[in-house]
Design a protein around this ligand. Structure first.
Ligand code: KIV
Length: 294
């Protein structure tokens, strides 16, 4: 009998299609660093999105538009090192794809070189040429519609999108433009469940949601939101907190600081022992010398 365990099979876009076929929702979570990627992968997440939300969650910027390709690639390589099974998707940051098809292909390719299985970009009809160019380069690409944080200025802030049938129809037009351009999926953010269902019924894309209700092919959450470690003022309605990592971290550092200041840390068990003979020599060497004045 062999004791060699079977290699872990990497989640691919085909795996995601198979999940949808079986009516099983895919589990997505953002990850920006090696430990989170390892924990999420071990916990069975199907997709790790290296979101440009890293600008806010990891770098303390006010919006996602401040993060650069170089910064995104540092986070992405760390996540790819940690993910053994999950599909890693790289989120194309602001101005990494908007200016030209050539730039879009080059930057999407950089995410693939870093280890990603796909890339995501924001928009529908207006980015369809970029989606087509990236898909034609052989890279799996998906869109992101609804509340698209890279166009926060145009949207007038963090506001729910697609609340009327007319607005839902516009989102559907965008989703169809992505589909026709060769995207494999679309992510819907901050829209009513009815709007998401309306779109999902009418497209052949895989449809995922963050704040888009249950009638989609899987759910994305921001790791810092569900772990309770986001430092900032945004508290979307769609977040459920599963832990208080921020509070636990702060308390642990307070306890450590108190122990240092009260000389409770380090304790004997944190110090390296030496032989008794060597200890005696140290004691003798440390004995205060009596200086004789001449
Ligand atoms: O950057 C990100 O994490 C995202 C989600 C907010 C959808 O794009």
């Amino acid at each position: 009998m062999s004791h060699v365990s079977a290699p872990t099979r990497r989640v691919t876009t085909a795996t995601l299609a198979a999940l949808r076929e079986r009516g099983e929702p895919a589990v997505w979570i953002t990850a920006y660093d090696y430990p989170t990627a390892v924990f999420a992968d071990r916990a069975g997440a199907d997709v790790l999105l290296v979101g440009d939300s890293a600008a806010m969650t990891m770098l303390g910027h006010e919006s996602t538009t401040s993060i650069t390709m170089d910064e995104m690639l540092v986070f992405t390589r760390a996540v790819c090192r940690g993910a053994k099974r999950a599909l890693v998707i790289g989120d194309m940051p602001f101005l990494s794809y908007q200016p030209s098809n050539a730039r879009a292909i080059r930057n999407a390719g950089a995410f693939v070189a870093a280890g990603c299985g796909a890339v995501k970009l924001e928009g529908g009809l207006r980015v369809a040429p970029r989606v087509r160019a990236i898909a034609d380069a052989g890279i799996a690409v998906m869109g992101h519609l609804g509340l698209t944080p890279q166009s926060l200025g145009q949207l007038g802030g963090y506001r729910v999108q697609g609340k009327t049938l007319a607005a839902a129809q516009c989102l559907l037009d965008d989703a169809l433009a992505l589909q026709n351009a060769g995207a494999f999926a679309v992510l819907l953010e901050a829209i009513p469940a009815e709007t998401a269902a309306f779109i999902r019924e009418r497209v052949d894309l895989l449809v995922y949601g963050i704040g888009a209700g249950p009638h989609v092919d899987g759910q994305l959450v921001i790791a810092h939101d569900v772990l309770g470690s986001f430092v900032g003022d945004i508290a979307p309605r769609f977040v459920r907190r599963y832990a208080e990592v921020g509070a636990v971290t702060e308390q642990a550092i307070r306890d450590y600081a108190a122990d240092v200041r009260a000389f409770r840390f380090p304790a004997p068990e944190h110090c390296y022992p030496i032989d008794d003979e060597d200890a005696a020599e140290f004691r003798a060497a440390l004995r205060p010398r009596i200086e004789v004045a001449s």
